[in-house]
Design a protein around this ligand. Structure first.
Ligand SMILES: [Zn+2]
Length: 472
């Protein structure tokens, strides 16, 4: 072989080595963008949408990548053919290792075309943003997870533990139907896993787009409504008695409004305030340290509450009166009055204890306190173990060096409550960063930064790979 030829071959090899991955990466991104657009543009609202159509479209991508059809299923109750979920698995080499579950819901909140600036069901890319209903919540993660499985399969990635994907329906309308609830109750083996990744956390950007903190969510508060009710025989309003139920309930609610549940700091919330105290101004940081040192420092809690209601909500169970309904005519003594008290209960606190406490604060046996609807799902706190944190740290450090990882507990609820209570520790983790305004999820003109979506896709792809080869 002549020197010139050798050099030529070397140059060709070098250019292949440097250009091919770049070219492949660009192709991958184009394929991901197309998959994301396809998913976002399939209407999956409760009113006119169809989750099964979206699940089937995502399944087609897995099949095209070579995932055997037998490893994918569309699951819907027979009487709800439009509420289908896709569950698929990339098998692991170790039959004893439980899989990691990638959970994302594909249903979206209703969106009225007339109210939006752009068509909510056409993906619009504008000035570095993607706009559409579901652009963030939760089709961003659903698309990133599906794309990751496609790429693992195409690369011939052989994980030690299986990687399970579940794209589910009804997260936004659990009172009508919810895939995760239905599956955990009727076919628990379908979603069984060592642990799961889910929506519920992203990352924080400052106004200039600088990365401030990567969040990992571990645990959610429990939603529970209570009905407080007072009744009386009524009568003509010209002859009032001392037994007016509206007055009685008003006095009770005034007392209740003054009451705060005790501060109870769990390990996740402790981790949150430790990390957050390094990011906030000196005053708030001092209050956070004070509360961590003594949970009975009421003055510090009050100041944190005033600065950010979310901070108070992480520290304690909260209950607030949200609705009131009473009386039947302007000229009649009221017969009934009721109020709805909405509680967000710390993980691990029995709902019955909260009910007892409300009754104790109200302290009036002529006012009944009853839990409304199905009892909220009690969820244990998923542990933020090293096995969970280490891969996150590793990938985060490579992508966003020096950016702190902040654990969080959601004060609202996601499908994680059903999985956590079924014994699958579930973590909110996306690597998708937002500024203070957030993604406008559920609201008008929902959006996500294009760069945040692409970064989150990369982050999840890498971190799931580490999880899939981890553990014993
Ligand atoms: Zn969501």
């Amino acid at each position: 072989m002549g020197a010139a030829l050798r050099l030529g071959l070397l140059a060709a090899a070098l250019s292949a080595a440097f250009c091919a991955p770049a070219a492949r990466a660009a192709d991958d991104e184009a394929a991901f963008r197309a998959l994301y657009k396809e998913l976002v543009e399939i209407n999956t609202t409760r009113s006119v949408g169809n989750c099964t159509q979206a699940a089937t479209a995502m399944r087609a991508h897995l099949l095209a990548a070579g995932v055997p059809a037998a490893d994918t299923q569309i699951l819907a109750p027979p009487d709800r053919p439009k509420d289908g979920a896709l569950v698929a698995i990339l098998h692991g080499s170790d039959p004893l290792a439980k899989p990691v579950l990638l959970l994302a819901h594909i249903d979206v909140v209703e969106a009225k075309r007339a109210d939006w600036i752009r068509d909510p069901f056409t993906l619009v890319e504008e000035d570095g943003w993607f706009y559409a209903r579901g652009a963030s919540d939760d089709k961003a993660m659903a698309a990133a997870f599906t794309d990751a499985l496609v790429r693992y399969r195409k690369e011939g990635f052989k994980p030690r533990r299986g990687i399970k994907l579940a794209l589910t329906c009804g997260e936004e309308t659990p009172d009508v139907f919810n895939s995760v609830k239905w599956l955990t109750q009727t076919k628990p083996e379908v979603l069984s896993a060592a642990f799961a990744l889910n929506e519920g956390a992203g990352g924080e950007l400052d106004a200039a787009g600088k990365h401030l903190a990567l969040q990992i969510q571990a645990g959610e508060k429990v939603y529970q409504d209570f009905k407080l009710e007072a009744s009386d025989g009524g009568g003509h309003s010209s002859r009032p008695t001392k037994a007016n139920p509206i007055t009685r309930l008003a006095i009770a609610l005034a007392k209740f409004g003054e009451y705060n549940f005790p501060v109870a700091i769990n390990p996740v919330v402790k981790g949150y305030f430790e990390a957050e105290s390094k990011l906030v101004d000196a005053k708030a940081a001092a209050d956070m340290r004070a509360v961590l040192a003594s949970s009975s420092d009421d003055a510090a809690v009050e100041r944190l509450w005033a600065a950010n209601p979310g901070w108070n909500s992480m520290l304690r169970t909260t209950c607030v009166v949200t609705q009131i309904d009473g009386g039947h005519a302007p000229n009649a003594l009221p017969q009934h009055v009721s109020a709805n008290v909405n509680c967000r209960i710390l993980p691990g606190v029995p709902i019955a204890d909260v009910q007892k406490q409300i009754a104790a604060v109200v302290a009036n046996d002529k006012i009944t306190v009853a839990a409304v609807g199905e009892p909220g799902t009690q969820t244990p706190l998923p542990p933020l173990s090293e096995a969970i944190m280490e891969p996150v740290r590793k990938v985060a450090e490579a992508m966003w060096p020096g950016v702190p990882i902040v654990p969080s507990m959601s004060t609202g609820a996601t499908d994680g409550r059903f999985l956590n209570s079924s014994g699958v520790p579930t973590y909110g983790l996306s690597g998708m960063f937002h500024d203070a305004e957030g993604s406008r999820a559920h609201g008008l003109n929902e959006r996500i930064r294009v760069q945040s979506l692409l970064d989150g896709r990369k982050f999840l792809y890498e971190v799931v790979k580490l999880y899939a080869n981890s553990g014993s």
